[in-house]
Design a protein around this ligand. Structure first.
Ligand code: GLA
Length: 381
């Protein structure tokens, strides 16, 4: 019996009947483009949320009971009257998925769920989407609800937007549900078409290091929402449905039309979409060693134009580059969280040491540095 099954039995008094895992993600490039109908290129990492589940098949109790191996009480919620404010914040990622199935017309039975996760929390690696996706896949499979993974992406986004209250796009849930090992996921967030792009890091003697600055972020607070609003305003003033529809050639005109603060945001989205397309082209033609300058340009754009970096993220990128990284950028929503560095395997140690040294000299909290490999999407264990 695995540890999670033992803990489950101890907590709930019976064995689970399903185990599921869903990964966190790193976004290789394509930041804040998702809610602008643009392009993203994330990959699932080998850090996952795991859940053990038992569905209550008796009609009597439509009660959801949720617990975490990370501690705390068992959270109970009545599925008939589910409301976010009645559920403790971390458990909203579980309860929100039940709520979102309800919004689609499914009357779900109660369940017991025990959560365990190796995705660091608040590090910008989508620990929350990993939970949502594990729960959504578990309910879909165990109750044979028949939704496609693509439908589960949108269902989880609904939970995140309208139950948890964070106005995010679909980057994180798509990465968690649609990724395959050794590939990045190229997704067009408007058409929902996606393609698996070969990302042979190990074969090319490359690594992607995550540098978790441990400056924590939260997307249900103000900053993220303001960015979404700035982008919506930019698109409206340019007369297009979304910033996806603004080509790089239109930027000089946009500069004339828009307030400078809005223009900078627009320029980030427009140039970032182009960088995603360029990255795909380089990956296909020359492999991952060829994309370093695009990662770096993406970071500069987030720092200077979009305004979502912070001193620790900039230092992580600068230190990694100074120690010989091929490219580096902050990843995820910003305002803290993690940077990634693309490094030759032989340089990984030197890059880590340089980042640790520069952080210590600056008096910042010691970052967590670890390498990630492109892993599989959510699955039944
Ligand atoms: C967060 C959101 C995503 C996406 C990224 C930025 O991770 O959840 O939808 O917008 O920020 O690319």
């Amino acid at each position: 019996m695995s540890t999670i099954a033992e803990s489950f039995a101890a907590l709930f008094g019976h064995a689970p009947d399903g185990h599921f895992a869903a990964p966190g993600r790193v976004n290789l490039i394509g930041e804040h483009t998702d809610y602008n109908d643009g392009y993203v290129l994330p990959f699932a990492i080998d850090r996952v949320a795991r859940i053990a589940v038992k569905i209550h098949h008796s009609a009597e109790a439509r009660t959801l009971r949720v617990a975490s191996t990370m501690g705390g009480d068992v959270i109970e919620a009545d599925l008939g009257t589910l409301a976010a404010e009645d559920v403790t914040p971390w458990a909203r990622y579980v309860a929100g998925v039940f709520w979102a199935f309800g919004q689609k017309g499914f009357t779900l039975p109660g369940a017991d769920i025990l959560l365990d996760s190796t995705v660091p929390i608040g590090a910008g690696l989508s620990s929350s989407a990993a939970i949502e996706c594990a729960v959504a896949l578990a309910l879909n499979e165990m109750l044979r609800l028949g939704l496609s993974r693509e439908e589960l992406v949108l269902l989880c986004q609904n939970a995140e937007n309208n139950f948890v209250g964070a106005p995010t796009g679909t980057l994180d849930q798509s990465a968690s549900l649609l990724s395959t090992a050794d590939h990045a996921l190229f997704l067009d967030c408007r058409t929902r078409e996606s393609r698996q792009v070969n990302l042979p890091l190990e074969a090319e003697n490359l690594q992607i290091l995550v540098i978790d600055t441990r400056v924590s972020h939260a997307h249900d607070s103000g900053g993220y929402k303001e960015l979404v609003e700035a982008c919506t305003l930019g698109a409206r003033e340019l007369g297009v449905p979304a910033l996806r529809d603004v080509s790089p050639e239109r930027l000089p005109e946009a500069k004339q039309l828009l307030h400078p603060d809005i223009y900078r945001r627009v320029r980030h989205i427009v140039t970032e979409n182009q960088r995603v397309l360029d990255t795909i082209e380089r990956l296909d033609a020359n492999g991952p060693a060829a994309i370093g300058d695009l990662l770096l340009a993406s970071h500069a754009s987030m720092r200077d134009d979009f305004g979502i970096s912070c001193e620790e993220l900039d230092l992580a990128v600068d230190a990694a580059m100074a120690a010989g990284a091929l490219g580096a950028r902050m990843t995820g929503g910003g305002f803290g969280g993690s940077a990634i560095a693309l490094v030759e395997s032989s340089q990984a140690q030197a890059v880590s040491e340089r980042v640790l040294k520069d952080f210590a000299e600056a008096g910042y909290t010691t970052p967590e540095i670890f390498s990630v490999v492109p892993g599989p999407g959510a699955q039944r264990l």
